[in-house]
Design a protein around this ligand. Structure first.
Ligand code: ATP
Ligand code: MG
Length: 247
């Protein structure tokens, strides 16, 4: 079978764990506890996706779907300055920001609308205007939209229907428009040093590649939990620096 195209993380050790980076197929999920660098990882990929293919990128742009009130633009700009791969090319400073489109959403309807209507429209507009094609969509976080009305006490059946619909449409988007999808998820609980991602089976059944940052004090590890094309023994210690998440 044909090898899936992969997007470099910008870090050789993480790329080794992922055999090149995150796949441009299906849904890739990253789960970790708060403050572990999930957002940092997502931001980093919005930069590496802009790299030429010869350097592990997709020569494309990114859409960052943000559930926080404020998009972490300071952190993104820190990455622009310190990320060694792309900040400057051929002596010229590149405007990395113009290929990162930010969408704010706060609930299930907002996310569904974004995936089904806004994203296809944005992808087409980029094409029509001769801009870099969108090759990455980050959702930070998929968990946050299911708080509130679909929280713990919400209607579980309706919630599962929404989860399936969102997952289905993300797979469709990935296939139809040739984009990588990264969904950031939060932690429900911890079992034997393994994190249990939020949203249960309804969601995990839709995830193609599940990644985690787990903690075995004093170290933290970046690992593959499941993936159709990667061994789950793949793991490396990682840290967060000014240049992002690195091994
Ligand atoms: P949450 O679930 O709360 O959203 P998260 O997993 O998204 O958390 P991040 O916000 O990506 O976590 O990571 C925050 C961590 O990154 C903090 O520990 C912070 O100290 C570290 N960090 C952020 N910017 C830098 C930087 N420029 N240099 C070093 N570390 C940084
Ligand atoms: Mg975050």
């Amino acid at each position: 079978s044909e090898k899936w195209e992969r997007l470099t993380t910008g870090c050789p050790k993480l790329d080794m764990v992922l055999q090149g980076g995150i796949p441009k197929r299906g849904i890739t999920e990253l789960t970790a506890e708060s403050g572990s660098g999930k957002t940092q990882f997502g931001l980093q990929l919005t930069i590496t996706v802009q790299l030429p293919k010869t350097e592990g990128g997709f020569n494309g742009g990114a859409v960052y779907i943000c559930t926080e009130e404020k998009f972490p633009s300071t952190r993104l700009h820190q990455l622009f300055e310190t990320f060694p791969l792309v900040a400057k090319r051929k002596g010229k400073t590149v405007d990395l920001g113009k290929n990162i489109l930010i969408q704010h959403i706060s609930d299930v309807d907002g996310l569904k609308n974004c995936i089904e209507i806004t994203l296809p429209r944005v992808i087409k507009a980029q094409k029509d205007e001769g801009k870099k094609a969108i090759r990455l969509v980050v959702i930070d976080s998929i968990t946050a939209v299911f708080r509130g009305e679909y929280g713990q006490s919400g209607d579980i059946k309706t919630r599962a229907q929404h989860i399936r619909s969102i997952g289905y449409n993300l797979h469709k988007l990935s296939q139809k428009h040739d984009v990588a999808i990264l969904c950031i998820n939060q932690v429900n609980s911890t079992m034997n040093n393994r994190l249990v991602p939020a949203l249960g089976l309804a969601w995990s059944n839709l995830v193609t590649t599940r990644l985690q940052i787990t903690r075995v004090p004093p170290n933290r590890y970046f690992r593959v939990i499941f993936a159709p094309d990667l061994p789950t023994t793949n793991v490396c210690p990682y840290s967060i620096t000014k240049s992002g998440v690195t091994g």
